[in-house]
Write a protein that binds this ligand. Structure first.
Ligand code: MRU
Length: 360
């Protein structure tokens, strides 16, 4: 597909099966565009943990390439030694961030790929197959994001005001996004949108990343503080809310960036439809409801010392959950690459995704 607008290159693999993972360092955006190279397991773990690469699908893709990085440097290992190392790598990457299920989905897919070759190929052949699998995960994400954009854009009309939270754009995926794919596709169809962007405390993914992506593509963008969303809705400036997701339980309860639940409550109070855009590998059908989704808690200093400046007294207690769970009852529709799930309930999800994300 040809784009008149530049796409972001969130991450790429450089070289062959002995190569390295190169990320656009998202902690430096929007002012600096700096590549960050990960040539060993710990640097991939650190990049995910510190949000140099972030957003559920991008974390999954990074982890897949991270497996390829992690199994390097063990040329002398026999097959058992190789699989022991693979296990260590998968466990380490799986301990980087707990909420986005795409991370665990991708690691599982990589492990299955290697297991299928156990006993029938050299460790070099397994490593080649692992790189092919990571590339396939990357390529699949590109296609899924495009399809999400197409399905979601049908819900929006010319002249509409829409609100989004955090960053579910190209930077959070392979290149095109989930929630932002809906806006990008609408724009490509000639619909003019006015997009309001929550700055997204405490790490400002909305201000630093979403506002950057949208303005790059010439979309009418207005940045607001998170606390302004109610007033924006009251003034009837937005007619829909679209966000991404980090994990969706079997009943449709959805974990996403902290503040999403509050936004969904506000949208319901103002009778504004609230949509979640996500690929099917963000669904975790092993969890019956959102109560079981693990919520990451992050360092207090993200709140007390945001971007290097102390803004709170030194010994104050801090609670810093990175995500919250929006109940399915507040979500008008789940926009997936396979189509729209609406109304959102257990049966509708099971119908669209029978057997989970990998069953076609
Ligand atoms: O902590 P982050 O920046 O990784 O959180 C990201 C989000 O909450 C996104 O909305 C979500 O991962 C969807 S990305 C398409």
């Amino acid at each position: 597909m040809s784009d008149v607008y530049p796409m972001v290159e969130t991450l790429r693999w450089s070289g062959d099966w002995n190569g390295e993972l190169v990320l656009l360092d998202q902690t430096r955006l929007p002012l600096e565009h700096v590549d960050h190279t990960c040539a060993d397991l710990e640097s991939v773990w650190e990049a995910i943990r510190s949000l140099r690469v972030r957003g559920a699908p991008a974390i999954g893709i990074a982890a897949a390439y991270g497996v390829c990085v992690g199994v390097q440097g063990i040329e002398d290992a026999d097959e058992d030694g190789f699989f022991l190392r693979l296990d260590t790598v998968v466990k380490r990457l799986g301990a980087s961030r707990p909420t986005a299920v795409n991370l665990f989905w991708a690691l599982q897919r990589m492990q299955s790929c290697a297991e299928q070759m156990r006993g029938s190929g050299s460790t070099i052949q397994i490593r080649q197959a692992l790189l092919e699998e990571a590339r396939a995960i990357h390529a699949d994400d590109r296609q899924m994001c495009r399809a999400i954009g197409t399905h979601g854009a049908e819900l929006l009309s010319d002249g509409m005001g829409v609100l989004t939270h955090c960053n579910a754009g190209g930077l959070a995926t392979s290149e095109y996004g989930t929630a932002l794919a809906v806006f990008f596709t609408a724009q490509e169809q000639g619909k003019q949108l006015k997009v309001y962007v929550d700055e997204t405390r405490p790490l400002l993914q909305g201000a630093r990343l979403t506002a950057w992506e949208l303005t790059q593509r010439g979309i009418d963008t207005t940045l607001i503080c998170d606390s302004m969303a109610a007033q924006v809705m009251r003034e009837e400036r937005v007619q829909a809310v679209v966000t991404g997701a980090d994990r969706i339980a079997a009943n449709g309860d959805t974990a996403n960036k902290i503040g999403t639940y509050g936004l969904a409550l506000l949208a319901a109070a103002h009778q504004i439809p609230f949509y979640v855009a996500a690929p099917t590998n963000t669904f975790d059908l092993t969890l019956s409801s959102g109560d079981d989704i693990p919520i990451e808690e992050r360092d207090a200093r993200e709140i007390t010392h945001g971007f290097g400046k102390q803004t709170a007294p030194s010994r104050v207690a801090v609670y810093n959950p990175a995500f919250d769970v929006t109940p399915a009852s507040l979500i008008h529709g789940l926009i997936t690459e396979r189509g729209l799930i609406a109304p959102v309930n257990r049966e509708a999800i099971a119908n669209l995704i029978p057997g989970g994300a990998d069953a076609r």
